[in-house]
Design a protein around this ligand. Sequence first.
Ligand code: KG4
Ligand code: ZN
Length: 340
Amino acid sequence: MNILGIESSCDETAVAIYSETQGLLAHQLYSQIDIHAPYGGVVPELASRDHIRKCMPLVVAALKEAKLNRHELTGIAYTRGPGLIGALLVGACLGRTLAWAWGLPALGIHHLEAHLLVAFLEPVAPQFPFIALLVSGGHTLLIHVKGFGNYEILGETLDDAVGEAFDKTAKLLGLTYPGGPALAKLAEHGKMDRFPFPRPMLHHPGFDFSFSGLKTYALNCLQKHQDPHDLSLNQDIAAGFQQAVIDTLWQKSLQALRSLGLNRLVVVGGVSANQRLRTHFSQELQKLGGEIFFPRPQFSTDNAAMVAYIGYLRLKSGQQDSALAITVDPRWSFQELTAF
Ligand code: KG4
Ligand code: ZN
């Protein structure tokens, strides 16, 4: 099977091809960062228009990279949700239309399941069951993963997602979009213990998170310590904020592992590209003799390899879109996913 995957849920246009026998054959990605940067965040209408410009050229480029012609494809997968409705519609229209024109089955993929299972594209894949921490721009979830499609959500954020908290705090610090990587870079030279950022929700039972208070704490630090001679203020706030996020995510993940008697942790989603998070989690879990899995950093953030791969798994299990209508689901709940 050779599955073409299309991802267009937010501000990356991506197309990839996954082969059952040879693994990932092509991986094309175009980031819209330059388009949205002047606005300080993603502008949905501009995102949709640019997906329209880039989607089909990337399909052509992916086929070329894979050295395949379209007759060698066996199915098409596209992201059906969650995400920005206009952006999703571009990938869905193209995916469904190509599938119809080329006589192939198509399947709409859940963006978060794609983030979650991208860990299986790495040479050393986790074994079930495991705990997954999914940290992206729109979601923060702790999941008990029992098998393909067999997921139990243990906890989620009650307000901002982690990536969103990074982006908003970065904006307060005057950094450009996308804020997460920019804040991480600024934090490299900061003192993480200058400001005692709280570790929210750690003493609450359960596995839910809350990150909006950290952004407010950062704002208070900025306002209280305004001093033109304090050249390290912003980097110390960045370092304190980042460490508070990492500590909180780690402690909640550890509680989840302990409560289920597991020692395997998979960390996915855009924020899992954060190098300090990777180092902290790896060191802590190593001390406990556990196993940690991260996708390669370019597969932490949005990509189409993850869409093509889930497309392969689910199409192989016999699932495919049936009705001719092209539908997307901007708020598709993770809980609706079924085992396969
Ligand atoms: O998974 P993703 O690419 O898109 C969504 O599905 O949301 O995640 C994007 C989020 C953004 O909030 C971005 O700032 C954050 O991931 N991010 C990072 C880093 N790289 C991306 N946050 C912290 N450190 C990073 N290195
Ligand atoms: Zn994503």
